[in-house]
Design a protein around this ligand. Structure first.
Ligand code: HEM
Length: 394
């Protein structure tokens, strides 16, 4: 038995959970390591590091065909596919291989000057003032600009992209009509983009997909639109949440902020530690067969949540899991997942996170939360601050 009720009614959309999920995770890890909920049509929620790794490493039993949970159906029921994240081997292996060159260290490092420039432009807007909203004025804009550049679409449409992502990741799980509307708008927009790219290709990812050969055939329009949708969704909310949560940590832990200002050599381990402690992403799987897991009778078709953020706070996997230790030496965190679906964008995410935080600390004096009660967090399958008023100490 747990004291939270989350052992039998796990709800990642609960506002209190969004504000502070850590006590729930520890309670479950100690008393009910695989939670159950009738929400989302009966889902399972392992919370221990080793169980989460075991699930992620067994795609034959735990399929990725429905990586998002929803109240009304499994994603696979609608035939909606956003490869590679919603596919299983052998198809997954090949489509992932096709995308790998775009996300390897060399091409990603080449994006650094553009990310720095974009962060500086945002900082120009508020760095000399009394404060800013770290989520709204800063974090949310950075990944949109990067993904727009990769996909070759206008940055001026940033609000529209954020709108789709907000709908698909934050509202769609409980509201089919809203999800369908956002998807329709996305497909309408991208179909036109794709037609333009077929006529005059550029050096962007959509043009590459339009001309790519996959198993001796061109990619279908559905595949190209599916990959584009995934990159937009996977690249925006995730990184925005990680940057925002890290700013929240630094604002509420002045000693860590001071350490990073005076010991810049700490950045590589600090970025990993912030990713571990504030992992934004939870993914889902769908059972392909009946199985007993952790003493639980799981049935084919059941959804399962892969709570990577909880694994990263498991006391059996990390000493002092709730302490942020900027120079933590051993850190096998699961912020980017594990196994065959491990994040394809991890090089890009790390680059954006490091550049965004470093530029912020370089340009802004010591900062704190303007009012801790005014901070708002969203949680579902991506968790992060959505309002983050900061005040600069001049
Ligand atoms: C801090 C930021 C990010 C975090 C925490 C994160 C986290 C994750 C996680 C946990 C997975 C594993 C999914 C699973 O096991 O089902 C994943 C997969 C993926 N991510 Fe990320 N991600 C981030 C940023 C990005 C960015 C910037 C991109 C690209 C623009 C991206 C693209 C992808 C793709 C394509 C996959 C699917 C890989 C596959 O199925 O083989 N991610 N991400």
């Amino acid at each position: 038995m747990t004291t939270t009720g989350f052992d039998t009614d796990f709800n990642p959309y609960d506002p209190a959970y969004a504000a502070d999920p850590v006590p729930v995770w520890h309670d479950l890890q100690a008393h009910c390591p695989v939670a159950r909920s009738e929400r989302f049509r009966g889902m399972w929620v392992p919370t221990r590091y080793e169980d989460i790794v075991a699930v992620a490493r067994d795609p034959e039993t735990f399929s990725s065909r429905s990586p998002l949970v929803a109240e009304y159906a499994n994603m696979s029921d609608y035939g909606l596919s956003v490869p590679p994240i919603s596919s299983d081997p052998p198809y997954h292996t090949e489509i992932r291989r096709l995308l790998l060159p775009f996300f390897s260290p060399g091409p990603i490092e080449a994006l650094r000057p553009g990310v720095e420039r974009h962060c500086d432009e945002l900082l120009d807007g508020f760095a000399a003032g009394p404060g800013c909203d770290g989520a709204r004025d800063y974090a949310q804009h950075i990944p949109v600009a990067v993904i727009a550049r990769m996909l070759g679409i206008p940055q001026s449409d940033g609000d529209r992209f954020r709108g789709w992502v907000h709908t698909l990741l934050e509202l769609a799980a409980q509201d089919f009509n809203t999800a369908a509307h956002a998807l329709g708008d996305f497909f309408w927009y991208f179909r036109e983009e794709l037609a333009r790219r077929r006529e005059s290709p550029g050096d962007d990812l959509v043009s590459f997909l339009a001309g790519a050969t996959f198993e001796d055939r061109p990619l279908t329009e559905t595949e190209i639109l599916g990959v584009s949708l995934l990159l937009l969704v996977a690249g925006i909310d995730t990184t925005w949440s990680a940057i925002g949560a890290s700013l929240w940590h630094l604002a509420s832990h002045p000693a860590d902020q001071e350490r990073l200002r005076s010991e810049p050599d700490l950045w590589p381990t600090a970025v990993e530690e912030l990713l571990r402690a504030y992992s934004p992403v939870t993914m889902a799987r769908e059972l392909t067969r009946d199985t007993d897991f952790g003493g639980c009778p799981m049935r084919a078709g059941d959804p399962l949540l892969l709570l990577f953020p909880a694994a990263n706070r498991d006391p059996d996997a990390f000493p002092d899991p709730d302490e942020v230790i900027l120079d933590r030496a051993e850190n096998r965190h699961l912020a980017f997942g594990v196994g065959i679906h491990r994040c394809l964008g991890s090089n890009l995410a790390r680059l954006e996170l490091e550049v965004a935080l470093r530029r912020f600390l370089d340009r802004v004096p010591p900062f704190t939360l303007a009012d801790p009660a005014a901070v708002t967090w969203f949680s579902g399958q991506v968790r992060g601050p959505r309002t983050l008023p900061l005040v600069f100490d001049r």
